[in-house]
Design a protein around this ligand. Sequence first.
Ligand code: GDP
Length: 619
Amino acid sequence: MSRHRNVRGYNYDEDFEDDDVYGQSVEDDYCISPSTAAQFIYSRRDKPATFAEPLEEEYGYEGADDTADYFASNHQLTEVDRARLNSCLDQMREVLAESVPEQTMVQAVLDSKFDVQKALDLVLSQGSKKNVKTKNENAVIVGNTTKVGQVSEEQNMVPTPVKKSSKTKPQIDVKAELEKRQGGKQLLNLVVIGHVDAGKSTLMGHLLYLLGNVNKRTMHKYEQESKKAGKASFAYAWVLDETGEERERGVTMDVGMTKFETKTKIITLMDAPGHKDFIPNMITGAAQADVAILVVDASRGEFEAGFETGGQTREHGLLVRSLGVTQLAVAVNKMDQVDWQQERFQEITNKLSQFLKQAGFKESDVAYIPTSGLGGENLVTRGQSSDLTQWYKGNCLLEQIDSFKPPQRSVDKPFRLCVADVFKDQGSGFCVTGKIEAGYIQVGERLLAMPPNETCTAKGITLHDEPVDWAAAGDHVSLTLTGMDIIKINVGSVFCDPKEPIKVCTRFRARVLIFNTEVPITKGFPVLLHYQTVSEPATIRRLLSVLHKNTGEVTKKKPKFLTKGQNAEIELQTQRPVALELYKDFKELGRFMLRYSGSTIAAGVVTEKHCFWGYEEKR
Ligand code: GDP
């Protein structure tokens, strides 16, 4: 059975009940073995990065300003013909937008002896075989959501193709530019996680202070203010906990963001909230991270409280791993409270390493560092106290951060950015922030936002508060957008290349790993679906099969319920369209988590989705 089908008049259930055939197609599509927790989870370093090639290589020439000129000179055209050619191309672009390679258009113009109408006919007759879109047809995709039926079946159901973008404007050599950028320093997104009060904000605030990122006057101000508020011990935490409410409550609620440098890296730091109520915010931070620091409180009883059921240590560990983070530095913090005892450090690392291994972290990718966030020891220089130096010879926290391996950047894929924040700019337009998950963007490019399925222009790009001309996968950027109303964009909207758009869906199939859950998961189970920066109510629509943990084979079809530790294939239904991708195409946008009643019950990857252009589902 073909999975390429039209949306209207289509009987879903008929197809979805067809387990055998469907199972087959999933097998075809699915590229990871679900045998263990680790295999469910994407490793950003699995494959070496590949990059878009420069235009010269693509067209096999150097130095030409644009394709038309190149072909014109190749055909030895006169100045007049050259002008006629350019005029014809302009008219053709009006109709075809950028759906046809320039070289095809040039050839058609030359073949039709500068007759635009004939040239268009030529291109379109060739194109009908190749799915050429005219601007009006494009409008079906990007603008007019009521005409979904006009979209060909293939366009509608085929997963977004993962291929090199065919931008006609001069392309930049992203790989070379990335290497040159920032004086050769690699960019790394770091999230700080851990149980509430473990000392995350203090640790990172103090680190920033010691690095000179907070000036003495500001620090003095924080000290005075925190003393006045009767919370002197929170002075360093105030460097990061910027909102008044956070200070009042003494907990980090939002994901604060700041930047600092190590010897070889520029770090974007996200200090994620540790409080249970704020886990969705924490997921927003973790979803954008390449690496993580897990902070645990070494004090007697406190480590245990954070690590036992109900504490956030375990859940945060599982969450960041599920979100694709593979490298972890564990700051065993407040070591001053236990007199820098080696035994206590050992006891904690033993317990944690067992758990982290189960969660899917490789032992060699986890480092344990004894620290005191309050005292500032072992943060940016190795600790001096003999209590520590007599048994610890390893890295200080900053050295550990510097030695993280840089993440893979999916620069060669179509552009994708999941919105983490939206705000009004001073000038025209508005701004969105988020991490570029795939591809790259240049100032002036058109972007499609899904939802709301509308296009806009990227008028400006800001990276680390500096305006830049381009940015690429892995960068945490702010985009200034024009040509769209701010109210249309929400956290979780995905900006993408209009030529290779993401397809939203309200129903998809997934392979999941069930975490600790007291209640068995049954058909109709309501959950909160978390992916990237999105949190969306969803229902488990069907339990398709239980899978063998090691082989991934179906051990039971249509189970009545799922329990702790099981691998399974399920079908999920959301109320509103969600911009998820197949895991095999875009790992970053194909992973998700399910939460129920305040705790995370499963992590999964999308294997199959039912797509719609726009809001067809709303009918
Ligand atoms: P967060 O909730 O994890 O961000 O924790 P905070 O940074 O807000 O710290 C919670 C409390 O622990 C504050 O009173 C801090 O002063 C205290 N604290 C943080 N780090 C240390 C440390 O290394 N040693 C001691 N003794 N107290 C600390």
